[in-house]
Ligand binder design. Structure first.
Ligand code: SF4
Length: 177
């Protein structure tokens, strides 16, 4: 049987969801036998590939770069999972939504620094005025709450998907857990 082509991607998040994925420990070995990890921060692949079976998306959509990435993910993935509360609701990155972008830049690059108080104009992706959860910009097939989702839940969901079933996450995740 051919292996499932699985990807993970990191938008505006803290990497905690990806860390929780690694917390599956020895279960990773079972999963590794059933998948090809075709794109992920865990591997050194530069371009998001085509024909991906399952993509887990950590983080919210905060910038044009995030939007372009997630649109490419949607075009090339059969199943897209919003992976963690930032992807599901905006969560931590969306805390800036109550403030104008200008004051966010002031806070990050001037008020909270002691040297080089400068708002960068190059190399920083163009930020949107508002951070949005993934389902507001593309269709999402499955939401996996948690900050981060527990390793046990990730294992359960992936195992079910790899067995061709739809995971029932209602009593296995909750926001903030
Ligand atoms: S959901 Fe929590 S752990 Fe995951 S990226 Fe967001 S803040 Fe980090």
């Amino acid at each position: 049987m051919s292996k499932a082509r699985v990807a993970t991607i990191w938008l505006d998040g803290c990497s905690g969801c990806h860390m929780s994925f690694l917390d599956m420990d020895e279960a990773l070995l079972d999963i590794a036998e059933k998948i090809d990890l075709v794109y992920s921060p865990y591997v050194d692949i530069k371009e998001f590939p085509s024909d991906v079976d399952v993509t887990l998306v950590e983080g919210a959509v905060s910038s044009r770069e995030d939007l372009e990435k997630i649109q490419k993910v949607r075009e090339n993935s059969n199943l897209v999972i919003a992976f963690g509360d930032c992807a599901v609701t905006g969560n931590v990155p969306a805390m800036r939504n109550s403030f104008p972008l200008e004051s966010v830049f002031e806070r990050a690059y001037k008020e909270n620094v002691t040297v080089q108080e400068t708002v960068p104009t190059e190399t920083v992706p163009e930020l949107f005025e508002k951070v949005r959860p993934v389902h507001e910009v593309i269709n999402v097939d499955l939401h996996m709450q948690g900050c981060p989702p527990p390793a046990e839940t990730i294992k359960y969901a992936l195992t079910e998907i790899l067995e061709g079933r739809t995971p029932e996450l209602t009593d296995k995740t909750r926001f903030g857990k």
